[in-house]
Design a protein around this ligand. Structure first.
Ligand SMILES: Nc1nc2c(ncn2[C@@H]2O[C@H](COP(=O)(O)OP(=O)(O)OP(=O)(O)O)[C@@H](O)[C@H]2O)c(=O)[nH]1
Length: 304
């Protein structure tokens, strides 16, 4: 069984930075990671990618040949990828033995709640190659600063979850920057837990510009609450603790945590009901501290 993540989210939400940071973290805890770039508009990649869609199709070529803009071009590229899924399959096969997979997707959100190409690509790979994938949906945390934008983010997250039908984790990315956008109207928990949106409506009602849309906003909030599916984790990609917590959640959602245990029902239930908090990065951290100590002792011989 092969495990991995499908990394999606609006433009600039931090997908490429996430793939880079996440692959480094996973390497640190002993996993062999392959990053697969499926964004044909990703010019400069900060990570070393195992497979690059640019080897199959280039966005600039598509735009020139078919007189398409960047959005139409990307839909074309996804369509082309679906038709040439054998190419991706053959590139993935050598990695399946021992790699954890990170798929870096384009930021055009309509690919994930409207068009079916990207979903079909993932579904075909899941079925043919027996993959266990979790969708990690990044949403820039600054959207919490504006009630209207936050409701849009909730709707986007909900429609993406319903469209992709994968184990799914929504993440408020760049959480380290949230205070720089001003004071939030409510505690951060309010935005992550998505429990009672009526407070948000009251807050919106104070804005004369949104009075016209009061009824629409209320109905949209009702839809989100009725489904009761959306909540958020938070992430600061530069903070190991934050990345570690997210890894635990993802491992629980796609079943990675079960992969190394014997198939005893008792063991399965113990882990699935247990807390998320288990020793992921303590071991590498311990080795790191030990190395630091040894280096310090060898240097101190010279100094003193
Ligand atoms: N402070 C902070 N900045 C971040 C974080 N994650 C990403 N960024 C920054 O956000 C910007 C956009 O990140 P990208 O990784 O290019 O975003 P993307 O979603 O891949 O963008 P597109 O490829 O355009 O869809 C970059 O300047 C990153 O350095 C984070 O956790 N904290």
């Amino acid at each position: 069984m092969v495990f991995g993540q499908v990394v999606i989210g609006p433009p600039g939400s931090g997908k490429t930075t996430y793939c880079n940071g996440m692959s480094q973290f996973l390497n640190l805890i002993g996993r062999k990671v392959a990053v697969i770039n499926l964004d044909p508009a990703n010019d400069s990649l900060p990570y070393e990618c195992a497979i690059n869609i640019e080897d199959l199709i280039k966005l600039s070529d598509v735009m020139n040949e078919h007189s398409l803009g960047p959005n139409g071009g990307l839909v074309y590229c996804m369509d082309y990828l679906e038709k040439n899924i054998d190419w991706l399959e053959s590139k993935l096969k050598p990695l399946l033995k021992d790699h954890y997979l990170l798929f870096d997707f384009p930021g055009q959100v309509e690919l994930f709640f409207l068009h079916s190409n990207a979903r079909n690509v993932m579904n075909k790979l899941i079925k043919k190659l027996d993959l266990r994938l979790t969708a990690v949906h990044l949403i820039d945390a600054h959207l919490c600063c504006d009630p209207g934008k936050y409701i849009s983010a909730l709707l986007l997250s909900l429609s993406t979850m319903l469209h992709l039908e994968l184990p799914h984790i929504n993440v408020l990315s760049k959480i380290d920057l949230i205070e720089s956008y001003g004071k939030l109207a409510f505690n951060l928990d309010f935005y992550t837990d998505v429990e009672d949106l009526s407070y948000l409506q009251n807050h919106l009602d104070q804005d004369p510009r949104s009075a016209k849309y009061r009824k629409l906003t209320k109905e949209l909030c009702n839809v989100i609450e009725d489904f009761n599916l959306v909540n958020f984790s938070t992430l600061d990609i530069q903070d190991k603790g934050s990345v570690g917590n997210l890894v635990k959640l993802i491992d629980k959602s796609n079943g990675y945590i079960f992969s190394s245990i014997d198939s005893s029902a008792v063991e399965f239930s113990k882990i699935s009901a247990g807390p998320l908090d288990w020793d992921y990065y303590r071991y590498p951290l311990f080795v790191f501290m030990l190395i630091k100590l040894l280096v310090w002792y060898s240097i101190s011989d010279y100094i003193f």
